[in-house]
Write a protein that binds this ligand. Sequence first.
Ligand SMILES: [Zn+2]
Length: 367
Amino acid sequence: MRDGGDKLDSSLARQMKQSFEGLDEAADRARFSRQLRLAEIGEAGQRRISQSRIVLVGCGALGSHAAAALARAGVRGLRIIDRDLVEMSNLPRQVLFDEADALEGVPKAVAAAAALRHIDSRITVEAIVADLNRANAEALLGDCDVMIDGCDNYETRYLLNDVAVKLNIPWVYGGCIGVEGRSMLIVPDRSPCLRCVFPEPPPPGSEGTCETVGILGTAAAVIANCQATAALRWIVDGDDASAGEFVAIDIWRNEFRVNNMTHLRREDCPCCATRSFDFLDGRRGSGAAELCGRDAIQILAPRGESLDLAKLHDNLAGLGPLKRTAYFVRADIDGFELSVFPDGRAIIRGTTDPAVARSLYAKYVGH
Ligand SMILES: [Zn+2]
């Protein structure tokens, strides 16, 4: 385990070189024999898969399913970035964790790495227990071949898009809530980026979160496997045919749709056209600051955002004691007190750790 703020002292590629000896071993030929027989993969493709480096940003429902699929397919270089601890309520859908992890409160990245090493003892997997932010994003993402979006908030997702476009790294967008999910491969310079399709993140609190709406694990499993497959296709032969194809599912009603978004690439996209990396450079995005001596953190929403207090009140109903005035919504959840204001600002009492506060904001307010 390494702290995410540290400079990368040993790259994933260098670590992998020590463990990877190619596909010539009989054990690997037997292990991957069914994939070697696939016309889509074959020996050259399997060798590329084995030598690839993939970063998972977030290891919740999407990240854990995608990581498991990639490790089983033979990816031998994985980095998992997640700031949260395993909880019992994760187990219905977060496939790499078990009751012991939840009882001990093991960091998700650490528990996932241990589970992946049981799947493949030759894997090089780095567990980064950190909140991805603009200070560490380029160092943590810059040396990979593909990034998988398992984010629980839009701010991190837009930061990921900035890094992907700036450093020219493909990534696979993914989102899942309720019984629905969606995914899309984004290849900078070849397909629309996230900001071409969705120029702005939704306002804070405008969409539900997994905590407020709920989520079905099978929907996450399908979307995560779409993401993992898009990553494998890219690695095997640089196949970007699916880039810009927006997959949307409703797993409960057997609805599967693919919308081609390639025409949405914008000449005036602030990110991929004018290369203004607003989330990476800090012109956009929330701040988190400790409120001195108050056992509380203030989360600032992006400038100009507004939040519907009535909707937030409805979203949080049933999760704990709740109070709404004309000026704020206050909720007591899991031993924390969240006070959320109409400008999207929140004061989270009960912690002095900005990462904990950002996690609570992402879970219960949503952005
Ligand atoms: Zn763009």
